[in-house]
Design a protein around this ligand. Structure first.
Ligand SMILES: [Zn+2]
Length: 420
């Protein structure tokens, strides 16, 4: 279907809404106020509140959600579906609420497929609006301390929404008990062993509240009989185990276990679309960076790699990914609105594995992090900006891994130049 064919099926007000929203997005981009996807979507939705449903009609939609790994998994699924040879709409810069999804679809009017990163809270409304073919549930853990109480409520809302969407296939992480509970209301579930690095939020059975027994990746509830379901897809160290039980090395360019798990999830989604694993895997291997993450940037002769980690689970995963010694590590923490104002979550992460390494500490809340590292007996040096960190790193090794939370990451990206 070509772009004009899809567009002419939209009612006239919806067409007007996408045109005006697109113009607003362009103005926003030209005036340097961002990539424009949020403002464009907000304006479009004001003109036509049902625009998202109208734009999603006649498309095969994948919604991707979870506390960690949404952006990367969305990118990997998009790659894994390219062998279908059809246009794919996606919110690649992570604008993941209603306006961002609307904007992603209106920018690609002719694309019959859509892979959309979706904020955890918006899943029920977005399932209703887009009638997705597949919903991907990655994991559910506290994002910042001030949101800790929400995750059980979120799981309940996911469960209700998926129970009311009988045509939707759910691809869910069986290693996360809360995700499993939320997914098990769905009619069709593909279970993936995608791992759970962070377990502090899932010692209790989501079904009955009893203490869960956990041995390795397995988990079970003695009271109500809830247990980890048998999986179709699994990550085994560096290889994927497919539903036939065959092992294939992943060979990704992206680093770390979390990304290997995300890739296995992407392969399970590709299977639901009939893409053969060998074709999907070839595309996954070609992904080298996701929205500036993992990008290598050279600054003053130092190879800098940027890693984003927004919450305790994300920090644990990122600490798995950092380059081995002697590469120095810069940890950087802010506490602006998007980061959560409370930095007490720093105490939930175990930093002891950084002992004996060259650790640099930056960001607006570097003193909070410094106190935390003192407690874990990790020696460090405070730095005021990225260039001071580069100077300190170069004295050791011409490379630096930067691990930063959201606004700290964006600040470094702005200094180092926007790279994709
Ligand atoms: Zn139970």
């Amino acid at each position: 279907m070509d772009s004009s064919a899809h567009r002419t099926r939209l009612p006239i007000r919806a067409r007007l809404a996408t045109t005006v929203g697109g113009a607003a997005a362009t103005v926003s981009r030209l005036t340097g106020k961002g990539d424009g996807s949020v403002i464009g979507g907000v304006i479009s939705l004001r003109l036509e509140p049902d625009l998202l449903s109208l734009l999603a009609a006649n498309r095969q939609v994948v919604l991707v959600t979870g506390t960690n790994g949404k952006t990367t998994t969305t990118r990997l699924i998009t790659a894994a579906l390219t062998p279908l040879g059809q246009g794919i709409a996606s919110n690649i810069y992570g604008a993941n609420m209603e306006a961002g999804l609307t904007s992603a679809l209106s920018r690609a009017p002719g694309a019959p497929l859509a892979v959309l990163e979706t904020d955890e809270k918006y899943i029920p409304a977005m399932v209703k609006a887009t009638n997705p073919k597949v919903v991907v549930l990655l994991n559910l853990s506290r994002d910042q301390m001030d949101r800790a109480a929400e995750i059980w409520l979120l799981a309940r809302r996911w469960r209700e929404a998926l129970g009311a969407a009988p045509d939707c296939r759910v691809v869910a992480n069986a290693d996360d008990p809360l995700v499993t509970w939320a997914a098990s209301s769905a009619r069709q579930v593909t279970w993936v062993a995608a791992g759970q690095r962070w377990r502090e939020d899932s010692w209790c059975c989501p079904n009955c509240g009893s203490h869960l027994m956990r041995v390795g990746d397995d988990w079970a509830c003695r009271e109500c009989g809830g247990r980890r379901p048998p999986v179709s897809w699994e990550l085994d160290a560096e290889a994927v185990v497919d539903p036939s039980g065959r092992e294939t090395p992943l060979g990704l360019a992206l680093p770390g276990r979390a990304n290997r798990s995300n890739a296995v999830v992407a392969l399970a989604v590709a299977e639901a679309f009939g893409v053969h694993m060998s074709y999907a895997l070839r595309e996954l291997r070609a992904v080298t960076s996701v929205a500036g993450r993992y990008t290598q940037v050279n600054r003053r002769g130092c190879e800098i790699r940027l890693l984003l980690a927004k919450n305790p689970a994300g920090w644990l995963e990122a600490l798995d990914v950092v380059a081995p010694p002697p590469v120095p590590v810069l940890l950087s923490v802010n506490a602006q609105g998007p980061d959560g104002r409370d930095t007490s979550w720093l105490w939930d992460v175990d930093y002891r594995r950084l002992r004996g390494r060259h650790v640099l500490v930056g960001g607006e809340r570097k003193l909070d992090l410094a106190v935390r590292l003192e407690a874990d007996e990790v020696p460090f040096r405070l730095v005021n900006d990225i260039d001071e960190a580069v100077e300190a790193a170069r004295a050791v090794c011409p490379a630096l891994d930067v691990l930063a939370n959201y606004t700290a990451f964006q600040q470094y990206r702005a200094v180092l130049g926007r790279t994709q």
